[in-house]
Design a protein around this ligand. Sequence first.
Ligand SMILES: Cc1cc2nc3c(=O)[nH]c(=O)nc-3n(C[C@H](O)[C@H](O)[C@H](O)COP(=O)(O)O)c2cc1C
Length: 170
Amino acid sequence: MMPAPILEAIHRRRSIREYTEEQVGSEQLRAIIEAGSWAPSGLNNQPWRFVVVRDPAIRAALAGQTTYGHIVKGAPAVIAVYLDREAMYHETKDQQAAGACLQNMLLAAEALDLGAVWLGQILQNKTAVNGILGLSDRYELAAVVAVGHPRHRRQQSTRKPLSELILKEL
Ligand SMILES: Cc1cc2nc3c(=O)[nH]c(=O)nc-3n(C[C@H](O)[C@H](O)[C@H](O)COP(=O)(O)O)c2cc1C
């Protein structure tokens, strides 16, 4: 049986943190956001909202809010993924939906031959991030995704064996 493309993408995807100078097209960014928007959500409430930042000055300001600022500065674009408090109905489930949205976005970037990384450390300064992006506390930062053309694909990762992960098979 041929391996399904989605399974191949899941295994092939790596966090990409170094990018070339080449810009990412608006259509590609929109395709990544659209893939995010097709994630499942409780009651199909679709609580996610997005801010696309290409502007180097704004990216520099965002970079100042995380120890991973070099990634934010080096990426041609970043997408801040938010939860809209007015669309939320259950804290845990809405956070889970944001996670599904983010993973869809990473897989979409992989499918488009782009590189992306989920940046969570910046959440330590999420109030300052809202200030930089001109958003009220109605919007809660879930993560920032940096996107670009990979400078290389040498990135490797490992996973625990299933024998450590599966607690029981009953
Ligand atoms: C919730 C979350 C937060 C993360 N935060 C960061 C981050 O702030 N900076 C970073 O470089 N990578 C971050 N990552 C990426 C992880 O380091 C990466 O997914 C992990 O090391 C596995 O590598 P892989 O994505 O290449 O498989 C984050 C991933 C997740 C899911």
